[in-house]
Design a protein around this ligand. Structure first.
Ligand code: SF4
Length: 244
């Protein structure tokens, strides 16, 4: 049976414990290649167009294998992110699957709590992330047997244990994080040396790219995730896309 017709549990179940141990030792390029060869059109790169995400796209393009990329347009992105999407499309000749939140969820939320509800409480911030990010993500993941992310262990205290390969318990879907053991300097060096298109926001002190109202530049020496939801404690700084 082809990978097009099998669900995540059956396709991923054939991986043995030895396979997982071996995959965890692969470098990023080899792990991206494994994902594309194994899952074809049933795997996609999740991209918010931060520096890690453009590295992943660059690595995928190097394999010569057709690949999918999706992004979540929350409706609150920076113009610079849309500009980068165009540059990536042109450079790699890849369609970017742009997913939007359900207006029947966004409209009553904004009507009840205002357009800047995320500043009012952690609960409202998480609700906004759920409506604008998590729900559209779940929609696209339901079409996939595996996905790739640009998560790295040194991004935040919430990410220090990120494995390169994990199986989501509920769905059986495989999640690959090929850059898990990369440093921020290694990511920047890859982009520089390979002339990978990147967001101009990084040149203005933004280590990560997210929604405009919830992301700011950081100062020298500040934590890399300090610019995300900077009014919250580090322990709460996840949007629900990467629940482990
Ligand atoms: S990052 Fe901010 S604007 Fe974007 S979905 Fe989350 S709370 Fe809403």
């Amino acid at each position: 049976m082809s990978s097009e017709t099998t669900g995540p549990k059956s396709q991923v179940a054939s991986l043995t414990a030895d396979d997982y141990a071996r995959l965890e030792t692969l470098d990023a390029e080899a792990l991206v290649r494994f994902g594309l060869e194994r899952f074809g059109q049933r795997i996609a790169i999740a991209s918010s167009f931060g520096l890690e995400d453009v590295v992943l796209i660059d690595l995928a393009a190097r394999t010569g294998i057709p690949f999918r990329v999706f992004t979540l347009d929350t409706g609150r992105l920076n113009q610079e992110t849309y500009d980068l999407i165009d540059r990536v499309r042109n450079r790699y000749g890849v369609d970017i699957e742009i997913l939007f939140p359900d207006p029947t969820e966004v409209e009553p939320m904004v009507r009840a709590h205002g357009p800047n509800l995320f500043y009012d409480s952690i609960e409202l911030r998480k609700r906004c992330c759920h409506v604008r990010k998590v729900a559209p993500l779940q929609r696209v993941l339901s079409t996939l047997n595996a996905w790739m992310t640009g998560l790295r262990r040194d991004q935040n205290t919430t990410r220090t244990l990120v494995p390169k390969v994990e199986v989501e318990e509920l769905t059986g879907r495989l999640k690959l994080s090929p850059l898990a053991d990369w440093t921020w300097d290694a990511v920047r060096a890859w982009v520089r040396e390979n002339r990978v298109p990147y967001s101009v926001l990084h040149d203005r002190g933004y280590p990560s790219v997210g929604c405009g109202p919830c992301t700011r530049a950081v100062s020298e020496g500040e934590d890399l995730r300090a610019g995300r939801w900077w009014w919250e404690n580090p322990e709460t700084k996840e949007c629900g896309l990467h629940v482990r």
